[in-house]
Design a protein around this ligand. Structure first.
Ligand SMILES: CC(C)(COP(=O)(O)OP(=O)(O)OC[C@H]1O[C@@H](n2cnc3c(N)ncnc32)[C@H](O)[C@@H]1OP(=O)(O)O)[C@@H](O)C(=O)NCCC(=O)NCCS
Length: 156
């Protein structure tokens, strides 16, 4: 597996992974804008010619934010998400960001387990933040706000 920064030429591959891997996929237009946005970094994990997963990092003035992370279903539990996120932590350090932030549905057990395993901490919760996971039923879902404290290690 190797990691690579993705650009507009990778739209087809990214859109396929997103369609297969997300219950609420970003639209093709949103993905195209992300791949073209100078404030965002889209990183992909490849095995040979197959895009296994990708992550979108937003560069904010003092912090960076994970905006998306999707792994192809058949490539899960092989360390792809872990390697992408570790790489984003390295990028955040290189950008001298104070924290790496993210939001995740409280019902998303695989993602929560991954973030906790990597050392992300819970900062708070926003009840009713997300539309229902199943659009036809259920109520709005709580967001868990998490961060990875990059500057803390440097100052202690
Ligand atoms: C969440 C997601 C990105 C994880 O990717 P992944 O490549 O399967 O994760 P990894 O193989 O790197 O897992 C690393 C660790 O995370 C935890 N983990 C990952 N998936 C898990 C699951 N289904 N159940 C429990 N723990 C899980 C485990 O601790 C795992 O380590 P282990 O396999 O040694 O036990 C993937 O399931 C996915 O794309 N889900 C749909 C999209 C999504 O929810 N994205 C995140 C929020 S936007």
């Amino acid at each position: 597996m190797h990691l690579e920064r993705l650009g507009a030429t990778h739209l087809e591959a990214v859109a396929e992974v997103e369609r297969l891997g997300q219950t609420h996929p970003w639209t093709r237009d949103t993905l195209a804008r992300a791949l073209d946005d100078a404030m965002l970094e889209v990183w992909g994990a490849w095995r040979a010619q197959t895009l296994l997963g990708f992550a979108v990092l937003a560069r904010l003035p003092f912090e960076v934010e994970l905006q998306a992370l999707t792994v192809r279903p058949e490539a899960r539990r092989q360390g792809v998400g872990h390697d992408l996120l570790r790489h984003l932590v390295t990028r955040a350090e290189a950008l001298a960001a104070e924290r790496l932030l993210l939001e995740v549905r409280e019902g998303n057990a695989p993602a929560l387990a991954l973030y906790r395993q990597l050392g992300f901490r819970e900062d708070g919760r926003r009840p009713g933040y997300y539309p229902p996971a199943d659009a036809s039923a259920g109520k709005r879902e709580t967001a868990v706000l998490m961060s990875y404290p990059l500057a803390e290690g440097a100052s202690t």
